[in-house]
Design a protein around this ligand. Structure first.
Ligand code: SF4
Length: 159
């Protein structure tokens, strides 16, 4: 079972939609690993959490107390990333009707997100990012991931 913050997966889907490459980050976190796993298939199970996840696990900013010690530099004064992330993931889960610790496949999660597009960008757009850009990346990423993995004859909402 892979623990994931909901917004970390949404960030990956958005980056996929924008056609970005995933390479190891100087922080040492696992974004590139989880992105590769997602690109390879979406029928693996995840537990959605508000807290450190599989992406954070090897990150140099994850303290021994299990909390992120990084800050959001695009806002003044700088915001605690732990606080920002916890608040963002709590709002996402409330919007999606999910409980902390909910388990589902990535496909099920993306189908849930797909039913909130457009709209979810009002929650998951980060400071300094344009909502229209976030929506565009999300829609394209969802389309790519869901359509590619869809069984013949199954209908999904076009995004
Ligand atoms: S939330 Fe903090 S600990 Fe987790 S990957 Fe980002 S910077 Fe690292």
């Amino acid at each position: 079972m892979v623990d994931l913050r909901p917004h970390h997966l949404l960030d990956i889907v958005t980056s996929i939609g924008h056609g970005h490459d995933f390479t190891p980050h100087p922080y040492g976190h696992n974004v590139h690993v989880v992105a590769s796993k997602t690109l390879a298939g979406i029928d693996w199970k995840a537990r959605f959490v508000i807290g450190a996840d599989e992406i954070c696990r090897p990150c140099s900013h994850l303290g021994k107390d299990g909390l992120c010690n990084d800050v959001l530099r695009q806002v003044q004064p700088h915001l605690s990333k732990q606080h920002y992330n916890d608040s963002l993931d709590a709002r996402l889960m409330a919007c999606l009707g999910m409980k902390q610790g909910a388990e589902m496949t990535v496909r099920e999660f993306l189908e849930l997100i797909n039913r909130h597009v457009p709209g979810i960008e009002n929650i998951c757009t980060h400071p300094g990012e344009a909502k229209s850009e976030r929506l565009d990346g999300l829609a394209k990423g969802l389309s790519r991931l869901l359509k590619r993995g869809t069984m013949q004859g199954e209908i999904i909402q076009d995004v």
